[in-house]
Design a protein around this ligand. Structure first.
Ligand SMILES: *Cc1c(COP(=O)(O)O)cnc(C)c1O
Length: 416
């Protein structure tokens, strides 16, 4: 069988073939190979003799046995597959794997900043990213300043000589504003800062982050890649220069993922494209339906006209996913909770991107410091909402479930 060079393939075809090297999936001495790499559980790699032992650490190359902390073919196959999905990673780029998405964010930031530096963070960043900055980076003498995700001038005004890294997230957690990633990256590079993007929402299938000027593309693999709510993992992908820095930082910090989880993530990855397509379609149908409901003040869904940054989504993104938020009329948190408790197809719990629909309360006011909630253009009176992760159920059933939820909201005095 001849191989088509992966860079000539479209994303759906890359998803199927990425990371499948015969040397990782074959049995030595036998023709052919299995489709998915076996789970290589390995700490010790045995060497033939002392000369080979000495050689091992000296070479320290990717995709080569040394010691279990550097992984084994199962993890290498996953990392290589993720790199192959990122246009712009280049032949010498690569992916580091981390035990969670938060570890990947921390690993990327720590690869880019040193004491005395300033980190600029988007104000709609995932809450644990804020906690990392406030509670940990500050103690190491790294100052974080927050910026309004939609205010380019404000961002330019906050860049300074000490700014060494910028953390973007687009769309942002909870409030879903889409950022002008290429323009923010251009400005950040002008100031000499490394641009890190939390690309968990879109994945490289929906946003080719590295091609748009991002230096390090981070994902929580716990979400779309895993896809089945049964593993925790994160990744950071970059072209050569930043990949080398990521690799060094991850290695000294002892970051490694289990081969069992890597095999699950690879399995999830193969179907990620069709899951995202289906979730996107269902989410759009549900978002349109919600928009017409009198109980709903605002639907914050990047794929919906009128959502903050929708034009940028149209310009830069090639796909979406099932995660969006809606804001209910008024300030009644108890009625909002009644809505959530009345749902039967939406599980109540953290995370998203799995095959099952999930719901969490939305109350972003406490997690902002450089921009306001409610967002510009929203009514001051409307504060609480829910965040929905649309799974693979039939959207008509999900709509019927939400209709029951909205009825419970009204029955609890939500509209009063
Ligand atoms: C969940 C999430 C993370 C963190 O991922 P974990 O795997 O849960 O640590 C990071 N960024 C975003 C946007 C997320 O939603």
């Amino acid at each position: 069988m001849t191989k088509t060079p992966p860079e000539t393939l479209r994303p759906a075809s890359r998803l199927v073939g990425a990371g499948r090297r015969e040397e990782w999936t074959g049995t030595p001495g036998q023709p052919g190979a299995v489709v998915s790499p076996p789970v290589w559980r390995a700490s010790t790699h045995l060497y033939a003799d002392t000369a080979a032992l000495k050689e091992g650490p000296r070479k320290n190359e990717d995709g080569r046995f040394y010691y279990g902390r550097r992984g084994a073919p199962t993890q290498w196959a996953l990392a290589e597959a993720l790199t192959a999905l990122e246009p712009g990673a280049g032949p010498e780029g690569g992916t580091m794997l981390y035990p969670s998405g938060v570890a990947a964010i921390a690993g990327a930031v720590l690869a880019a900043v040193r004491p005395g530096d300033v980190l600029l963070m988007t104000d709609n960043a995932y809450e644990p990213s804020r906690v990392l900055a406030r509670g940990f980076l500050a103690e190491w003498g790294i100052e974080t300043r927050w910026f309004d995700p939609l205010d380019l001038d404000g961002f330019a005004g906050k860049l300074c000589k000490r700014t060494k890294a910028v953390l973007l997230e687009s769309p942002g957690s909870l409030t879903m504003e889409v950022q002008d990633v290429p323009e923010l990256a251009r400005m950040a590079h002008g100031a000499g800062a490394c641009v890190i993007l939390d690309n968990t929402w879109a994945s490289p299938l929906g946003l080719a982050a590295l091609s748009l000027g991002v230096d390090i593309s981070v994902m929580s693999l716990t979400k779309h890649v895993g896809g089945h709510s049964d593993l925790m993992m994160g990744s950071a992908t970059a072209p050569r220069e930043w990949y080398q820095k990521l690799r060094r930082t991850a290695q000294v910090m002892g970051q490694v993922v289990s081969p069992d989880d890597a095999a699950l993530a690879l399995r999830g990855l193969r179907t990620m494209g069709v899951r995202l397509e289906r979730e996107t379609q269902s989410a759009l149908a549900i978002a349109h339906w919600l928009e017409e409901r009198p109980e709903v003040a605002r639907v914050l869904c990047p794929m919906l006209p009128g959502s903050p940054g929708y034009d940028l989504w149209r310009r830069d993104f090639t796909g979406g996913c099932g995660l969006f938020s809606l804001v209910l009329r008024g300030k009644d948190a108890a009625a909002r909770n009644a809505l959530i408790d009345a749902l039967s197809l939406f599980g109540i719990g953290y995370s998203w991107g799995g095959f099952e629909s999930l719901v969490t309360p939305l109350d972003p006011a406490g997690a902002r410091s450089a921009s306001s909630w409610p967002l510009a253009g929203m009514d001051e009176a409307d504060r609480f909402g829910v965040r929905l992760s649309i799974g693979l159920e039939d959207p008509a059933d999900l709509i019927a479930d939400l209709e029951r939820g909205l009825a419970a909201w009204t029955a609890s005095g939500g509209g009063a």
